[in-house]
Design a protein around this ligand. Structure first.
Ligand SMILES: [Fe+2]
Length: 160
């Protein structure tokens, strides 16, 4: 697989490819998380702009509704996993929110249902390891804090 893009490997990964699925997915997911989260509140107060803002408004109505939709997906993900904002590659103007268990992600076309497949542009880690030190079991508070620190400019660069 040397020389292949991780995104392409994940698009082909099968349910039985446990090592690739967990470690390849885990690397991709965390790398994306570090890209889209700002270091502290106040550094990313600029909201979405340009095509990202238009796509958020067209898909969700407004930014606040998008944040609520992500927060609900994060809260409803049972056990460990991720909440995602995803670009629909069949209709790039369309964005949607979904979640996946463990280290799966919306690139995994042989694992994730068709309605949940696309290009992830924002991901929030909802494994307990992401929040238990500072938030104990309060996943909702942690997710709210992350959503206040999103670097929307970075999210924008991840769109196709
Ligand atoms: Fe994590």
């Amino acid at each position: 697989m040397q020389g292949r893009a991780l995104e392409d490997i994940l698009a082909q990964v099968k349910p039985s490819d446990t090592g690739l699925r967990n470690n390849g997915g885990g690397h991709f997911n965390h790398a994306l998380f570090w890209k889209v989260i700002g270091p502290q509140i106040g550094t990313s107060q600029a909201g979405p702009e340009g095509p990202l803002q238009r796509r958020i408004d067209a898909s969700f109505g407004d930014l606040d509704t998008l944040k609520k939709t992500i927060a609900k997906a994060a809260a409803d993900q049972f056990g460990s996993g991720w909440a995602w904002l995803v670009q629909d590659l069949n209709d790039p103007d369309q964005l949607f929110v979904t979640s996946t268990p463990n280290q799966d992600n919306p690139l995994m076309a042989k694992i994730v249902p068709a309605a949940g497949q696309g290009r992830p542009i924002l991901g929030i880690d909802v494994w307990e390891h992401a929040y238990y030190l500072n938030y104990q079991n309060r996943r909702t508070d942690y997710v709210g804090a992350v959503l206040d620190r999103i670097n929307w400019s970075a999210v924008s660069t991840l769109m196709a």
